[in-house]
Structure formats: structure tokens, C-alpha cells
Write a new protein. Structure first.
Length: 256
């Protein structure tokens, strides 16, 4: 299952049923779990953990040193979850000491061609990044979020669960969960109703989230005033609480 032209450091742990194609390069201190496929010419640099049943396509780069002037060669890591698809020319940089020491991608993520994941980014499960989507350092992407093609996200920005970011967007502030956003600079365009329905959100949940969204973003209140009204006037389901908690924990500010 390993092509003879592949270059694999002896200090590497490769589990059963792993396929490694011609001219792939695997560095030291790398673990590749069972069922994963590494296509020709892909490079997995040192200090990387790759989960089960992943598919890393040709010319992808996983775990390269971060593009950070503060990085001094210290041991930091890249972690890829199970069942991830990493397409051609995707770049995933490992973490930095100041940023927690790890770049982590969850399970069932799809990173389309030329997407870039910078140092210390954390992606949840089932994240989709379309072609040429770019994350600066320390970005957090929630579960089931989608980042449109040619989009750029500023460092330290958070994108909430189930959010959908349209193509060619520039994001400099946090994107709340459950919403649609797009533009340069990005602005909100209501709930991600199609995505939420596809993920099984009930009509009642959508109704409550829509009411919360309207109170916070559509009637001209300050953020603090809007949050207080949402807490008082909207049933505090798990989704509504998650929406409000995301807003109150923001450090960069919220996209409006």
C-alpha cells in the first residue's frame, strides 16, 4: 500500500490499510491512522496526526511550519480528524507556541482546492471550505459551518456553528452561529434557513432563532439592550442560548 518512491521518515507510525502514493513525503513524528489515502506528491511535515479514513490529494501540504515571524522552530502540532477530505494544493500550517501549539481540524471536514488553514486555527466537525478560502492565524470555525470560495477571514475571528459565509467575502469580526453572511466587509443577511432545515432544525427552533435574530439585529437596539430583550422575550432553548452566548463572549466584535 506504500509506493516505493514515497519518502517516509522511520520515526513515523502508519496504521493498517493506509495508502501512500508515488513521491509523497512523510516527515518524522507523524501518525497516519487506518484507511487514510495520501496521494502522489502530497507532503505531511513533522509533528502531525492524521485520523482514520482521510483522503489527502496530490500536492497538498499538511503541517508545514507557520508563516509567522515569531516562530522559532519549536515543537508544535497539526491534528486532522477522521474522514476528512483535503483536496489539491490545500495548505495546513502547524501551530505556534503563543497560539496554543496546535492547528486542529475536526472530523468529516472538506477542504477544497487551494484552501489555506493558517497556524493555530481550530475547525469543528463537518466544516466545508470552498476553493481558495483562506484563514489567517487563530481563527475558530464552528461545527457545520461553510466558508465560501475566495473568502478571507482575519486572525482571531470566530465563525459560529451552522453559519454560511458567501464567496469572495472579507471577514474582520465574528460571524454568529446559524446565520448567512457575505460581502467585503461581510454583513449579515438573516438566518441560514436552508442549511438549518437540511440539518434537521424544527420549525419551532427556526421561529425562535428568527425572533432572536430580529431583536438583536433589526430593530436598532444596542447589543446589550438587544441581548436583554432576547433573554426576556424568547424561550431560552439550547439554540437560542448558544446564539446569545456567542455574542456575549465576542472579543473582536460582532458582524452586524
Amino acid at each position: 500500500m506504500i509506493h516505493p518512491t514515497a519518502i517516509i521518515n522511520p520515526n513515523t507510525e502508519i496504521k493498517k490499510d493506509v495508502t501512500i502514493g508515488p513521491y509523497a513525503i512523510i516527515g518524522e513524528n507523524v501518525t497516519i491512522d487506518s484507511g487514510t489515502i495520501v496521494e502522489p506528491h502530497a507532503v505531511i511535515d513533522p509533528f502531525a496526526r492524521i485520523g482514520k479514513n482521510c483522503h489527502i490529494f496530490q500536492f497538498a501540504s499538511v503541517g508545514a511550519v507557520p508563516q509567522s515571524l515569531k516562530f522559532q522552530g519549536e515543537e508544535t502540532w497539526t491534528e486532522i480528524g477522521d474522514s476528512c477530505i483535503i483536496r489539491e494544493f490545500v495548505t495546513v500550517n502547524r501551530g505556534t507556541k503563543d497560539g496554543g501549539g496546535i492547528t486542529r481540524i475536526g472530523n468529516n471536514c472538506l477542504l477544497m482546492a487551494y484552501a489555506h488553514i493558517a497556524h493555530d486555527c481550530i475547525l469543528g466537525n463537518s466544516v466545508v471550505m470552498a476553493n481558495n478560502a483562506t484563514l489567517a492565524g487563530h481563527v475558530l470555525i464552528g461545527n457545520h459551518a461553510t466558508v465560501g470560495g475566495l473568502s478571507a477571514i482575519h486572525q482571531f475571528v470566530r465563525v459560529g456553528n451552522y453559519a454560511f459565509l458567501g464567496g469572495k467575502s472579507v471577514v474582520v469580526k465574528d460571524i454568529p452561529p446559524f446565520v448567512l453572511a457575505s460581502g467585503d466587509r461581510a454583513s449579515l443577511h438573516g438566518l441560514n434557513q436552508v442549511g438549518l432545515k437540511r440539518h434537521g432544525f424544527s420549525p419551532e427552533s427556526l421561529k425562535l432563532l428568527k425572533k432572536t435574530y430580529r431583536l438583536i439585529f433589526r430593530i436598532g437596539l444596542t447589543l446589550n439592550e438587544a441581548i436583554e430583550r432576547a433573554r426576556a422575550e424568547v424561550e431560552q432553548t439550547e439554540e437560542v442560548r448558544a446564539f446569545i452566548d456567542f455574542l456575549t463572549s465576542s472579543e473582536r466584535g460582532i458582524t452586524r
